[in-house]
Design a protein around this ligand. Sequence first.
Ligand SMILES: NC(=O)c1ccc[n+]([C@@H]2O[C@H](COP(=O)([O-])OP(=O)(O)OC[C@H]3O[C@@H](n4cnc5c(N)ncnc54)[C@H](OP(=O)(O)O)[C@@H]3O)[C@@H](O)[C@H]2O)c1
Length: 308
Amino acid sequence: MKYVKLNDEVRVPVIGLGTWKANPGEVYQAIRWAIKLGYQHIDCAPIYGNEKEIGQALHDAMSEGDIRREDLFVVSKLWNDSHAEEDVLPALQQTLNDLQLDYLDLYLVHWPVAQRKGTVLPEVAEDMISLRELPLEITWAGMEQAQKKGLAKSIGVSNFGQKNLQNLIEKAEIVPAMNQIENHPLLQQNDLIDFCHKNMIAVTAYSPLGSGMHDGDRNLIENPVLKEIADRLNATTAQVMLAWQIARGVVSIPKSIHMERIKENFAAQNFELDDEDMKKIASLDEGYRFVDGSAFAKGDYSTGSIFA
Ligand SMILES: NC(=O)c1ccc[n+]([C@@H]2O[C@H](COP(=O)([O-])OP(=O)(O)OC[C@H]3O[C@@H](n4cnc5c(N)ncnc54)[C@H](OP(=O)(O)O)[C@@H]3O)[C@@H](O)[C@H]2O)c1
């Protein structure tokens, strides 16, 4: 197993299992397979609507001796409607109850946007709260409390750009340990990753395979440049994308509910790319987002400002 070290010396397994769109009824089996295949790192969020079933799978995996709690690395995220400082701990406690855990290994602020309490996804501008009214450092103070209480071993953020990160670093007592961002060959975000690494913030790539989305020719699994590299290495295009992230020091959390793919993605750790392959993949960058944040582009927020 390969790891990336956080600024608090905690080690994160470089391949984790994503669980967005892994529905109740599917996700239990996916987690059980993943753990049996050697996965330690599981990426969750209450907005995915499946934390109770994941909790059952984690409980059963531990009680049947497949893994010990100290070898698991469980991540979850604070939803946007709980950004008020006093709402952070209750939201975290709900996630812990659902996951049947006493602590998380990493707790992330899911998006740098705030919504009115109780809104799942915003429908109108009034569902949003501006960052002037509820600044991210207020939310972060709640996150710091969570870490101090031992409810989250490490704390971090997600979907934060350089401006939001810089602002937070200046005001925070604890520097975020992680920034989880969309990252794949079409959206490489090199400047943001350099900024994070210089500031001792580790990076996790979400949607590392392109999220199963296709937009015309933008189908990463079928990409001819990745296929050529994969065929030469006797790998798959998914494995090439994940090996590329490992080579850049970035953690990945590919989602699958199929055992063969869960296994295939984990085995990406066994492949190494040479400089030529790295250059070929670098040339694929288009700055293209599959997850564009438009769901939150209401009121004071625009897609540009969210990722600033
Ligand atoms: N922080 C955030 O805002 C945020 C946003 C998005 C995602 N995430 C996290 O990141 C995780 C991963 O991102 P994602 O789910 O968007 O996309 P992804 O992992 O890039 O892609 C998942 C899609 O690829 C398919 N797939 C998986 N392995 C494959 C393989 N080896 N070959 C071909 N197809 C394969 C999956 O299908 P099957 O399941 O049918 O195999 C699914 O359709 C999420 O699950 C979630 O945990 C976080």
